[in-house]
Design a protein around this ligand. Structure first.
Ligand code: ADP
Ligand code: ZN
Ligand code: ZN
Length: 723
């Protein structure tokens, strides 16, 4: 008898597909099917209905890969949620969530993780000492079970011997026991840490998310470690998500030093496919008790999940920017809720979305207001007013003198150059006028080549004015020019300083961060120069000075998230100063020392400015006060992309109005041209998440399935981070 099963495959289509099978296949079973002319891997989503009458012939499942059990229900659940929330095809979502090796239409080979154990008969066997090799192996087995590698280390020919002993009933293969929990180097918690830990431990509403809001160096990691210890003691697994850049050997070492015997799986995109598969399966089979990874680790099946931790929850790398555009923190929150386990989101600079959730009572906040290390105070922050200071090539004398002083004293400094591609706006240096859009609340972005100001929210365009429309000043110019020169200028101004540059290029290699740490800790560096990468949680030890250049450009960017990001980055980078015994100093060059963002930075008052930003967003109706989705289109010409979006816009107009969703655009993308294609976008925005998603459901029905090739391509981004 044949049964029909539903199979998901990795294609850009919304449905799953029917195939015939000669037996009932469980949900989650990996199979091989032919799809069109291709052989593809599939996953069974619905098992065995008795064969229906099909009007057409349906194909058979070609092969069943049963070297692994079917994918667990909790995993399929998460995939289902992600596909629905991000309006992404189910099959593509599922295959994004799987490690690469499981996406291929072939069986995987996994190392046999079982160990050799002596049977009572084997123990009585008394291998004579004159059989040197065999005696050594036997003795080793009397002491402890042996993994295959362990046996080989005792005797190179172990495999053959063990096989023979297995036939004689002297040894068997058994699953390795979970090693006992060993905990080393625990630090006694301070009052604030203890209060946080106790609150989480004692909570009667475990799956309401926690925000652990602790200033840099306040000992958040120590709190995580002690929470994890309790979970491990209770026989639970723990999932720890960290930003890409933070998943350094130093961080992993902190975990493995604390729990030296606990099997820990590390998952990120640089882990080779084979290794990643093993780590993933280890977590799924409960062998790995801790999983530490970047965003993709959020999908790792963990049958005994007891807690989820998301460190630096504000970090942009949790959001995937292509394919399935998911946010790992948000999926983690859903997953924890579903599994009814606690989730802790940690940060010194939580994002506004999270703070809004705290305000609304959905998340609970725990505060670590002070640095944990007895001697480490927060650094003093001073603003250097560049309007009055003498400058050479963008560097003030004050900053140069401070750097020279540290170089002389052999203390480490960090120069932070804010160089990210913030969309430049035009400003007046006299009265502070900024190019705003007359039609919406966005800023106009300057396109120098065309001498145009353009709104990337609604599509408005105008010429760049020659004088300030408010005060008539002729000195109006785009903010944020000339950052590139700064670095070279530093080298010339401080010829004896040993300068180490850190950016995307210099940190590409896997070992790059190790080298950097080694050089820094060996005292071979005077000044670290770098961009956003340096704002993350690196511990360079005694950083005595942080100089921040060019922050202003981001202050008035067209991206409504730019101020939030700048604020967060500045707090993080300032947090690198004075982490050990020496107090740190932060110097920030700016044209606008009176700006509330900088004032909050000087006062170490995150809350005040965050509240101000949140107020602004509410006033303007931007996220988190509203919910957005972006439909992007790209084509060989902008006209094609825009035409497509116009058509969609027209179809959406009526239902959008009925459900209170605003449709803005189409507008050309910030970077219109990319890889010879031109891009435009439509923004959908609503104060009601449900209304937005309802409209998205309709939208996806109208979108062409054919979404590959050289013609028009579209993508949908729910909760976009880049606008
Ligand atoms: P965060 O994760 O908040 O940046 P860490 O956990 O890395 O902070 O802690 C910063 C420093 O303070 C580390 O060197 C850590 O060993 C130390 N530390 C943490 N908790 C304590 C404590 N209770 N007493 C003393 N030192 C602590
Ligand atoms: Zn002016
Ligand atoms: Zn506009």
């Amino acid at each position: 008898m044949s049964l029909s099963v539903e199979v998901a495959v990795d294609v850009p289509l919304w449905s799953t597909f029917s195939y015939l099978a000669d037996r009932s296949l469980p949900r989650g079973q990996r199979v091989r099917v032919s799809f069109g002319s291709r052989r593809m891997c599939g996953v069974v989503t619905n098992n065995g209905n008795a064969e229906q009458q099909y009007a057409f012939r349906i194909k058979c499942v070609d092969e069943v890969f049963d070297e692994l059990p079917p994918l667990p229900e909790a995993f399929l659940d998460l995939v289902n949620f992600a596909a629905g929330y991000y309006h992404h095809p189910y099959g593509q979502t599922l295959f994004t969530a799987l490690p690469t090796a499981l996406r291929e239409p072939r069986a995987v080979r996994l190392p046999d993780r079982r160990v050799w154990r002596l049977t009572p008969a084997g123990r009585d066997a008394e291998v004579a000492p004159r059989h040197k090799v065999r005696h050594a192996l036997w003795q080793a087995l009397c002491a402890d079970d042996l993994a295959p590698e362990g046996a080989r280390a005792v005797a190179p020919s172990a495999a053959t011997i063990l096989k023979a002993w297995q036939d004689s009933g002297w040894v068997t293969r058994v699953d390795a026991a979970v090693p006992p929990l060993a905990v080393e180097g625990v630090i006694p918690l301070n009052t604030a840490q203890r209060a946080a830990l106790d609150a989480i431990e004692a909570s009667s509403a475990p799956h309401k998310p926690w925000l652990l809001h602790g200033v840099t160096g306040s000992g958040k990691t120590e709190v995580y470690l002690q929470l994890i210890e309790r979970q491990l003691r209770a026989g639970r697994q723990v999932l720890v998500l960290v930003p890409e850049i933070n998943l350094t050997p130093q961080l992993i070492a902190r975990f493995t030093q604390r729990f030296p015997l606990t099997p820990t799986a590390v998952l990120h995109s640089h882990v080779a496919d084979g290794e990643r598969l093993v780590a993933w399966v280890d977590a799924w089979q409960g062998r790995a008790r801790i999983v530490i990874g970047t965003r993709l680790a959020v999908f790792t099946p963990m049958p005994e999940l007891g807690m989820v931790i998301v460190d630096e929850e504000h970090d942009g790398s949790f959001k995937q920017q292509d394919g399935l555009r998911y946010h790992a923190r948000d999926l983690a929150v859903w997953r924890a809720h579903r599994a009814a386990v606690p989730i802790v989101l940690g940060s010194a600079t939580p994002c506004l979305e999270t703070l809004a959730n705290v305000d609304a009572g959905r998340y609970r906040r725990l505060v670590l207001a002070e640095r944990a290390h007895h001697a480490a105070a927060l650094p003093t922050v001073r603003l250097v007013d560049v309007r009055r200071a003498k400058r050479s090539e963008g560097l003030t004398d004050e900053v140069l003198a401070a750097l020279a002083d540290r170089v002389r004293k052999r203390e480490l400094s960090l120069v932070y150059i804010n160089r990210r591609g913030f969309a430049p706006v035009v400003a007046c240096t006299e009265c502070g006028w900024l190019s705003g859009c007359p039609r919406c609340s966005a800023k106009l972005v300057v396109h120098l080549l065309e001498r145009k100001l353009r709104c990337h929210h609604c599509g408005w365009e105008e010429a760049v004015p020659h004088v300030c429309p408010d005060c008539g000043n002729t000195d109006i110019k785009p903010l944020g020019e000339g950052t590139q020169r700064l670095e070279a200028a530093l080298g010339r101004a401080l010829p004896t300083a040993r300068i180490l540059r850190i950016d995307r290029d210099t940190t590409q290699r896997r070992e790059a961060w190790n080298d950097i740490y080694r050089q820094v800790h060996a005292g071979e560096v005077d000044i670290l120069v770098g961009t956003q990468m340096l704002a993350k949680g690196h511990d360079f030890g005694a950083l005595s000075l942080v100089a921040i250049l060019n922050a202003d450009a981001a202050l008035y960017s067209a991206d409504f998230r730019a101020s939030e990001r700048l604020f967060s980055q500045l707090i993080q980078v300032a947090g690198r100063a004075g982490r050990a015994e020496r107090p740190g100093e932060v110097l920030l060059q700016t044209q606008w020392p009176e700006h509330p963002l900088y004032q909050a930075l000087v006062a170490h008052d995150f809350d005040r400015y965050a509240a101000e930003l949140l107020g602004e967003r509410r006033q303007l109706g931007f996220p988190p006060a509203s919910f957005q989705a972006q439909l992007r289109a790209d084509a060989p010409t902008l006209a094609e992309a825009s035409d497509f979006l116009h058509t969609i816009r027209e179809r959406l107009a009526q239902p959008a109005q009925a459900s209170g969703v605003a449709v803005c655009g189409p507008a050309p993308a910030l970077m219109v041209k990319l890889a010879n294609r031109e891009r435009a976008q439509l923004v959908l925005e609503s104060p009601q998440r449900a209304a937005l998603h309802q409209l998205l459901n309709q939208l996806t029905e109208w979108l062409p399935a054919q979404n590959v090739g050289r013609g028009l391509r579209w993508s949908l981004d729910v909760d976009p981070q880049d606008t």
